[in-house]
Design a protein around this ligand. Sequence first.
Ligand code: SF4
Length: 305
Amino acid sequence: MSSLVQYHPRRFHKFQYIYPVVSRRAGGLSIGVNLSPNAQCNFSCVYCQVLAENQDNSVRKDNSVRKDNSAQKDNSARKNDPATSIDLELLGSELRELVGMVNDGSLFRDTWLSCTPLEKQVLRDIAFSGDGEPTLSLQFPDAVHWVTAVRRELCTESTKIVLITNGSTLHAAPLRNTLKTLLANNGEIWAKLDAGTPDYFRTIARSTIPYEKILANLTEFSKTNPLVIQSCFVLLHGKEPDNEEIRHYTEHLKLMDQIQRVQIYTVARRTPESWVLPLSNEQLNKISETVRELTGLQVDSFYST
Ligand code: SF4
């Protein structure tokens, strides 16, 4: 099982936008939706798997260059840009085909997923995740409509639609209705919070977006919407986050309203930086226990193996 959860290719057969993974955090099969063909993201996390995979090719070697390019283009140009535009009909038909393979069992019979334990052969969610920050795609709202339509038609009621986000756009007014639609379709929003202080945030996320802005987005959003917080903690140059960092982090969590649960995890796959390594199970448990005690929230732990 551990090799299954460590193997997360975001390309599957002929598909461009859709891929299956057996996910630790989903607790079974998750179908990923990739809206970031050019790996567009406004973070550059030290543990980012996409950065690690793309280190040897040109997809996302230099985050700053990628951001400047996208900033120079207006929205309509970006929508028509082959580097960023999504063929939504193709996305919909790929999703339909893959859900069909789950439903008729061929996904677990005829592909590398045949070693999936029986209890994990359940479609838990369809997740906007992929190679970058999904909400930066101008077609995110349309993609949500396609995915909700396929879910309604082919999936069980319990199948979730998950948005995995770094939280940088949760304040954006144009996304408000889309996020409501997602939540109304058994949706969950899993937002990243990996730090308790601005310094640590800058070290981990390597983003120009201020930590205070991300915190404000999460806190404000959680006043009217449920939120799952997901936090990746790692060893940086051999050091785990210290007690003060975790204490600050818990103080921020306590200011948020509708937190459904907190997912605390560490890296399970190769990182782009040799000085970023997974926490041991003991180190992760210690953080989870502290967060549980200080916040009273449900905390789920996900280990490196
Ligand atoms: S937010 Fe996600 S996609 Fe963006 S750099 Fe961080 S881990 Fe990678």
